[in-house]
Design a protein around this ligand. Structure first.
Ligand code: MG
Length: 159
């Protein structure tokens, strides 16, 4: 038995000195603004995973009204979501993701991001793919006001 899940996230860009995307620090002259470490990709993956198993969402698991979530490591959030999904008898087959960012360039970091996501989830790197799109210079992504991410994940019932 298979299930799919879809996750989406976006964060504003503001003053700062770099982004965390997929658990990897990427140098930049701006930063993503958020309650946690604002890792837009890990947040999208977390929601996709929870959605596939119909077991909640990131906002319900980690409310931004809880001080414990201030500056929280998104890898820890994703691991906790994975624990919830695994405990319900599911395992990940693969995931496919898209990052939306005018700048910085994401593709040079793709190998490191895939490696890190695979490590967090305890799956093979070959089961993790990532694409990157600019906003073609228009809209909040293109005007470098925000970054976004989407993820689709497939899970299957463990035998
Ligand atoms: Mg987020």
């Amino acid at each position: 038995m298979f299930r799919i899940g879809l996750g989406h996230d976006s964060h504003r860009l503001g003053p700062g000195d770099g982004l965390v995307i997929g658990g990897v620090s990427i140098p930049h002259h701006r930063a993503a603004i958020g309650h946690s470490d604002a890792d837009v990709l890990l947040h999208a993956i977390t929601d996709a995973l929870l959605g596939a198993a119909a077991l909640g969402d990131i906002g319900e698991m980690f409310p931004d009204t809880d001080p414990a979530n201030q500056g929280r490591d998104s890898a820890d959030m994703l691991r906790r979501a994975l624990d919830r999904v695994s405990a319900a008898g599911w395992r990940i087959v693969n995931l496919d993701c898209v990052i939306f960012a005018q700048r910085p360039k994401i593709l040079p970091h793709r190998p490191a991001i895939r490696r890190r996501i695979a490590e967090i989830l305890g799956i093979d790197e070959a089961a993790v793919w990532l694409k990157a799109k600019t906003g073609e210079g228009v809209g909040p992504i293109g005007e470098e006001l925000a970054v976004g991410a989407e993820c689709v994940v497939l899970i299957e019932r463990q035998s």
